[in-house]
Design a protein around this ligand. Structure first.
Ligand SMILES: CC(C)(COP(=O)(O)OP(=O)(O)OC[C@H]1O[C@@H](n2cnc3c(N)ncnc32)[C@H](O)[C@@H]1OP(=O)(O)O)[C@@H](O)C(=O)NCCC(=O)NCCS
Length: 177
């Protein structure tokens, strides 16, 4: 954050954030390179999700830079008791704000939440050609758990889907063990 001189605030999302969050997500989906879906959930659907969030099961974070939404992160624990220690991660940063530490900041906060509620493992899917995201996850200690070959169809060619995961430890709570 210091690198930009900009103030970045990471906070929990509220139902009132749905409209602005939708615009951020829609701009990132329009890049057409990072996700599998074609468009984000509608503002109404986002509002419903944010309203019904169980704070022990899901985390929604937004990053705000100079009064603009610049990033978001979601972490959802799986419900069956045998896999409730696992949470699935999604995150993205607006194109104008990349490589300034926004994702790192949101992840640090998500690890603290995970440790507090009992998450032991964070798992995610990432498109194999998404070099920035793969580099971010490797930098954060995620390792490759699997590769679903030719999983994503892009017209006349295919892209692999990677599954990566990180085990949380007390050192990830930001205060050391
Ligand atoms: C991947 C993404 C979330 C990274 O967010 P970010 O805020 O730019 O990442 P940070 O600035 O916190 O970077 C942290 C570290 O990740 C790595 N990294 C991030 N972007 C990188 C890039 N383009 N190339 C190489 N390494 C990169 C670096 O190790 C970086 O540390 P450094 O800047 O000190 O070298 C962002 O590029 C993005 O939103 N992309 C589009 C959406 C997306 O791909 N979401 C993930 C889907 S799985």
């Amino acid at each position: 954050m210091q690198r930009t001189g900009s103030q970045v605030l990471v906070r929990g999302a509220t139902p009132n954030d749905a409209g602005e969050l939708y615009h951020l997500q829609a701009a990132i989906y329009r890049e057409s390179r990072w996700f599998i879906g074609d468009s984000p959930p509608s503002p109404e659907s986002l509002t419903r999700r944010l309203r019904s969030t169980d704070p022990k099961m899901s985390l929604y974070l937004i990053a705000v830079c100079n009064d603009e939404f610049c990033g978001w992160l979601e972490l959802h624990r799986l419900h069956p008791s045998k896999v409730r220690h696992v949470a699935i991660l999604t995150l993205a940063v607006g194109s104008a704000w990349r490589r300034r530490g926004v994702a790192r900041e949101m992840l640090a906060r998500s690890y603290r939440w995970g440790i507090r509620v009992g998450v032991g493992k964070i798992s995610l899917n990432v498109r194999a050609e998404n070099r920035a995201a793969v580099a971010l996850y490797q930098d954060q200690g995620f390792v490759l758990e699997g590769c679903e070959r030719n999983h994503i169809r892009l017209g006349d060619r295919f892209e692999d889907n990677l599954i990566m995961a990180k085990f949380l430890s007390r050192g990830d709570d930001g205060v050391g063990s």
